[in-house]
Design a binder for this molecule. Structure first.
Ligand SMILES: CC(C)(COP(=O)(O)OP(=O)(O)OC[C@H]1O[C@@H](n2cnc3c(N)ncnc32)[C@H](O)[C@@H]1OP(=O)(O)O)[C@@H](O)C(=O)NCCC(=O)NCCS
Length: 191
């Protein structure tokens, strides 16, 4: 694989965000095997091929606030897709209201190990911000562990401004909370 694999000539990751779909079944399961290989337990880690259609349906339901597990908020999951299919996922909480007191998971993402360090997560978050804008979510609060250098860079490259670090003894202790304020960022419409 060349250094530029997965990028175009300008060095930008060649990915799209797509709704979860059964058409990505093969690459999805290959990705789950890769995550398992690095000891990263994904939500669908134990899923069989037969359960896949129901899983896809569950993700669609989640975006509509249907059949939510206790404590979950409606969320929209997109799959990060490249020429080989499923390369990861990125999720946006739909009813999360970022406040200084609030700890939560407003934004989440994971890129399959074989596709990392090609700019996929950075580009995926950029594309997610476009999706957020479309539905008038203009303030996002991603968070990540302070030791997760890659994730910190992904957030900061997308305009994330560090808000604070969760104190010891609090849920998610040590996590860094960021704010991405889309009101403060130029859009194509401003050009
Ligand atoms: C965090 C994660 C999503 C990053 O995905 P990715 O597609 O490799 O990220 P990018 O290629 O856009 O890289 C972003 C920056 O992080 C750097 N980076 C990526 N992996 C890195 C690593 N393991 N160590 C140090 N830096 C790393 C990249 O070089 C890039 O920096 P640069 O622009 O200065 O070169 C991926 O590592 C992952 O899925 N990890 C497991 C799940 C996870 O931690 N999710 C985030 C939870 S908050």
């Amino acid at each position: 694989m060349s250094v530029n694999a997965g990028k175009d000539e300008a060095g930008i990751a060649r990915i799209t965000l797509e709704p979860p779909s059964e058409k990505f079944q093969d690459s999805f399961f290959q990705a789950m095997a890769e995550f398992a290989g690095e000891g990263n337990r994904q939500v669908a880690a134990d899923m069989s091929q037969e359960q896949f259609p129901a899983y896809v349906q569950q993700l669609h339901d989640q975006s509509l606030g249907k059949n939510l597990k206790e404590g979950y908020i409606p969320s929209k999951e997109f799959w990060i897709i490249d020429a080989d299919g499923y390369a990861g996922r990125i999720i946006l909480g739909l009813t999360f209201v970022p406040t200084p007191e609030r700890v939560g998971h407003h934004v989440g993402y994971a890129v399959r190990p074989s596709k990392r360090q090609h700019g996929y997560a950075t580009k995926a978050l950029e594309l997610l911000l476009d999706e957020a804008r479309k539905i008038n979510i203009l303030k996002l609060m991603p968070e990540c562990d302070s030791t997760n250098i890659a994730s910190r860079k992904v957030i900061e490259r997308n305009g994330g401004v560090l808000l604070d670090r969760m104190p010891n003894g609090e849920p998610c202790e040590g996590s860094l909370r960021y704010i991405i304020d889309l009101n403060a960022r130029p859009t194509n419409l401003d050009l």
